[in-house]
Design a protein around this ligand. Structure first.
Ligand code: KG4
Ligand code: ZN
Length: 347
């Protein structure tokens, strides 16, 4: 079964072909980073228009790269939510049109389920049951995964998502958008400098909501703490910026690690899967590996952030298990709780 996956939920146009016998054939990804950079964040209307511009040429590029034709497709999977409504509608309309024209089933994929399943595309695959930490620009959630498709929400952020906190802190520090990788780089610089000089981290930020029981997160306080530190030390030197980035990253990562440890205990599932853009963060991976007894699983770096491969893969699993439909209705959902999904029945 050959499945085309289409991702357009935010600022990346991603397409991929997944073959249920041969695995991932190839993927193409177009990032709109330069389009949104001047605004310091994603401008929804610009994002939708750019998806419209790129989606057909990228499909052709993917077909050329793989030597496939549209007639080889057995199904088309697309991100139907959660995400930016206009951006989602581009991928959904395109996918539904292909499905109708080629007379093949289409399948609406949940973006966060696709992130959660992406680590199954790595060579080292997590055994069930496991706890998943989903950390992206829009979500921070801890989920117990008993079976594929069976998601029990254990905790989530009551305000900003982890990635959003990285992005907002980056903005305060005048780093380029998207902020997560920029903060991580700055923190690594500060850490290397401290190690060379035998120094501790210069600032210590709080670890929010870790001193009381529960698995929810709050990241907006960290951003305020970063703002106050910036104001106290302005004008900032490059070294100040790096030191603040390190303090923020240490606090955000520590908080995530503490909650993961708790979640594993509570869920009675020893292994952890991390997924979503922030799961590319090296400190997070390192700390989880050092501090958890069970194994930690994640996707290869290029499959942590938004991409078409995870959509093609999640779509393939669900198409095999439950089939798609040839419905012409273009349904998208800006909000879509993960636990509303049906279990992926074994085929
Ligand atoms: O999953 P994703 O690509 O998009 C959403 O579904 O939101 O995640 C994007 C988020 C952004 O907030 C970005 O700053 C963050 O992931 N991110 C990182 C890193 N790489 C991406 N955050 C921390 N460290 C990184 N290395
Ligand atoms: Zn995402």
């Amino acid at each position: 079964m050959l499945i085309l996956g289409i991702e357009t939920s935010c600022d990346e146009t991603g397409l991929a072909l997944y073959d249920t016998d041969k695995g991932l054939l190839d993927q193409v990804l177009y990032s709109q980073i330069t389009l949104h950079a001047d605004y310091g964040g994603v401008v929804p209307e610009l994002a939708s228009r750019d998806h419209v511009r790129k989606i057909a040429p990228l499909t052709q590029q993917l077909l050329d790269q793989t030597g496939c034709t549209l007639n080889d497709l057995d199904g088309v999977a697309y991100t139907a939510g959660p995400g930016l409504m206009g951006a989602l509608l581009v991928g959904a309309s395109y996918a539904r049109s292909l499905s109708w024209a080629l007379d093949i089933p289409a399948l609406a994929v949940h973006h966060m389920e696709a992130h959660l399943l992406a680590p199954l595309l790595a060579e080292r695959k997590p055994p069930l049951p496991f706890v998943a930490l989903l950390v992206s620009g829009g979500h921070t959630q801890l989920v117990r995964v008993g079976q594929l498709g069976e998601y029990e929400l254990l905790g989530e952020s009551v305000d900003d998502a982890a990635g959003e906190a990285f992005d907002k802190t980056a903005k305060l520090l005048d780093f380029d958008y998207p902020g997560g990788p920029a903060v991580a780089k700055a923190a690594a610089r500060a850490e290397a400098r401290n190690q060379k000089l035998g120094l501790e981290s210069r600032f210590r930020f709080p670890r929010p909501m870790t001193d009381r029981p529960g698995l929810d997160f709050s990241f907006s306080g960290l951003k305020t703490f970063a703002l106050n530190t910036v104001q106290q030390h302005s004008p900032l030197s490059d070294v100040d910026r790096d030191d603040i980035a390190l303090a923020f990253e240490e606090a955000a990562v520590d908080t995530l690690v503490i909650k993961c440890r708790r979640a594993i205990k509570q869920a009675g599932a020893p292994h952890l899967v991390i997924a979503g853009g922030v799961s590319a963060n090296q400190r997070l991976r390192r700390q989880l590996e050092n501090q958890l007894e069970g194994e930690v699983y994640y996707a290869p770096p290029q499959l942590c952030t938004d991409n078409g491969a995870m959509i093609a893969y999640a779509g393939a699993l669900r198409l095999q298990a439950q089939g798609g439909d040839a419905d012409l209705a273009i349904n998208t959902r800006a909000r879509w709780p993960l636990n509303e999904l049906p279990a992926i029945a074994k085929s």
